[in-house]
Design a protein around this ligand. Structure first.
Ligand SMILES: [Zn+2]
Length: 315
């Protein structure tokens, strides 16, 4: 009976170690973990053969532990198991923490426009190889009711978004972090590309002659875009996730995802790209809401939620 107890005890330790590896890693995708699992399963099978009578108990125990691990995650019991199973402990500690789901994801944030002090001027091709030239810089719109220029709003929201995304585990590339730096539309796309960003999210606000026009939208390239048509599908998904999460978080009217093939900063992108027009600065309600610090928090949460949603299903 003593021998049985030792075998049974060892089984518990091995099981606990297996579960600890799952709990600490939190990810089933890791190949090395799968190999480790297979190795441990082989050990378990070996031990099962030494005692037929333990098999049924073992199965029941395994099932219970699986449920426990699935439900509660890291528990004291499994942590103790990991300490006991010293051979497996080292491997388990090398696994990444379970809560860093966004780890390694790089996002480029592009705050639209720049201040009047920036050195602007000149033209650049509409897309790679294009003979059509467009202004390198655009001055943007302005809050008709608040008086705040678009470049200040886009930077304010983008800086908060950078912070929020970092907190969520993303690496963030900013195309500008002040109002005096002149970054052309082509350069904005290039900064994202050169820094290995996986997506480019451009932050803007809208303006209209009609001050009743209101709401937010995202702009993406069409499938027929000669420069970035191949990015249409993923950009569409990105634009959709962002506009839906943004409007849900803010209550700003959802004008959906729209196709634009005449935007230099989109046409030069090498990664899925979208422009978020956060609302109309020429509409009193949108303009005033977008300057409300509490609302800006919601705007930032919404955009970050949309980016999260995009990456949940990204390849
Ligand atoms: Zn703009």
């Amino acid at each position: 009976m003593k021998k049985m107890g030792i075998i049974f005890g060892s089984l518990i330790f091995v099981l606990a170690a297996v579960l600890a590896v799952f709990a600490v890693a939190g990810v089933q995708k890791s190949k090395s973990l799968q190999q480790e699992m297979k190795r441990m399963n082989r050990q378990i099978n070996k031990m099962q053969k030494t005692s037929e009578s333990l098999e049924e108990e073992l199965e029941a125990l395994k099932e219970a532990k699986r449920e426990e691990a699935a439900g509660a995650g890291q528990e004291a019991g499994t942590a103790e198991g990991a300490q006991a199973a010293d051979a497996q402990e080292a491997d388990a500690q090398e696994a990444p923490p379970a809560d860093q789901k966004s780890s390694g994801r790089k996002v480029a944030i592009d705050p639209g426009h720049q201040g009047p002090g920036a050195d602007t001027g000149g033209t650049e091709p509409l897309g790679p190889g294009s003979e059509e030239m467009k202004d390198k810089f655009a001055s943007g719109t302005q809050g008709v009711y608040t008086g705040v220029p678009e470049y200040e709003l886009t930077l304010a929201v983008s800086m908060q978004l950078q912070e929020e995304l970092k907190n969520r585990g993303y690496e963030v590339i900013m195309t500008r972090e002040d109002n005096d730096t002149a970054v052309s539309n082509v350069e904005r796309a290039q900064i994202a590309d050169e820094n290995g960003a996986q997506i480019l999210v451009r932050i803007h606000a809208d303006g209209s002659e009609d001050n009743s026009a209101n709401g937010a939208m995202t702009m993406i390239p069409s499938a027929d875009n000669p420069y970035v048509g191949q990015l249409h599908e993923e950009s569409s998904r990105l634009g959709e996730e962002i506009i839906n999460a943004y409007c849900q978080a803010t209550g700003i009217k959802n004008n959906g995802v729209r196709l634009y093939d005449n935007m230099t900063g989109i046409n030069w992108s090498t990664v899925p790209v979208t422009i978020l027009e956060m609302g109309f600065m020429t509409n009193q309600s949108d303009d005033e809401r977008m300057q409300d610090p509490e609302m800006q928090k919601n705007m930032v949460q919404g955009i970050a939620d949309g980016i999260d949603a995009y990456f949940v299903t990204a390849q």
